[in-house]
Design a protein around this ligand. Structure first.
Ligand code: IPE
Ligand code: IPE
Ligand code: MG
Length: 253
């Protein structure tokens, strides 16, 4: 099952994905942009399934950013409904596979209450599962997350702030920093994703548009990750050794 060129001992524990290129995929086919989002659903669940089978512990996807409200109202409305339908349609299947569903992002008034309810239901249904944790970043922005964290720290009257203080106030304090961040569609930017958490993540960029991205592309990205030497500011060492010795930067406060 495992592709032979992957080292089973060095599978990233947390993979985060910027699923980009849906609109261009559709435009290339003279279809409305929303058809690209629809087509992207099957990539998402194929990649999630492959990650799960590889033994990845945490899989996080960027589903809707705090900046995506700038899109045409029809597309925003579509994305809100689409995410709700995916949750309804997939949560039982994910639950049966022992996957734990979580959400990160801001719950402001623009997020319809019904969608918030669905998110809470999916998280509650799967909260005691012990398999992979599937985190959906919805109405998520890395800067918003830091602003919200700092606001709560201030509200709590904390006098001395360390990196751990901030890490503890993020949307999901239990979520480990991503080891590998994948962005599709040939865009070389972060677009406000996990700004705090990706301080020492390995970034892999793929030219493939998200609806064309599948398990083989995931394996390629993991291969690229395994060929990197994670030094965490140190001097490195034999391949693999640096993974174990690299300290979590959030621990150095
Ligand atoms: C990513 O695809 C999906 C979301 C942002 C919701 P895009 O819709 O950004 O596709 P492109 O980048 O316009 O091709
Ligand atoms: C990032 O993609 C957000 C999601 C994938 C949800 P965008 O398509 O919104 O990012 P930009 O606009 O290209 O930076
Ligand atoms: Mg895009």
């Amino acid at each position: 099952m495992l592709p032979s060129d992957l080292d089973p001992g060095r599978i990233p524990d947390h993979i985060a994905c910027v699923m980009d290129g849906n609109g261009r995929w559709a435009e290339q086919r003279n279809l409305p942009r929303t058809e690209g989002h629809t087509a992207g659903e099957q990539s998402l669940f194929e990649v999630l399934d492959a990650a799960d089978r590889l033994g990845v512990g945490w899989f996080t996807v960027y589903a809707f950013s705090t900046e995506n409200w700038r899109r045409p109202v029809d597309e925003v409305q579509f994305l809100l409904r689409f995410n709700e339908e995916i949750l309804l349609g997939r949560q039982q299947e994910l639950h049966e596979r022992d996957i734990r569903i979580r959400f990160i992002g801001r719950r402001d008034r623009r997020v319809p209450r019904r969608l918030v309810r669905r998110m809470d239901e999916a998280a509650a249904l799967t909260r005691d599962n012990t398999g992979l944790t599937f985190t959906i970043a919805f109405n998520y922005g890395g800067r918003a997350e830091l602003v919200d964290a700092v606001q709560r720290i201030v509200d709590g009257g904390v006098k001395r702030v360390t990196e751990k203080t901030i890490a503890r106030h993020l949307y999901d304090p239990e979520m480990p920093d991503p080891d590998l961040v994948i962005r599709t569609s040939g865009e070389y930017r972060i677009s406000n994703f996990l700004l705090w958490e990706l301080a020492y993540s390995e970034l892999v960029f793929s030219d493939v548009l998200w609806p064309d991205f599948g398990r083989e592309n995931l394996y390629e990205a993991i291969k690229e990750y395994q060929d990197r030497d994670r030094r965490y500011g140190g001097v490195g060492g034999p391949a693999g050794a640096s993974d174990a010795s690299g300290s979590d930067p959030a621990d150095t406060a």
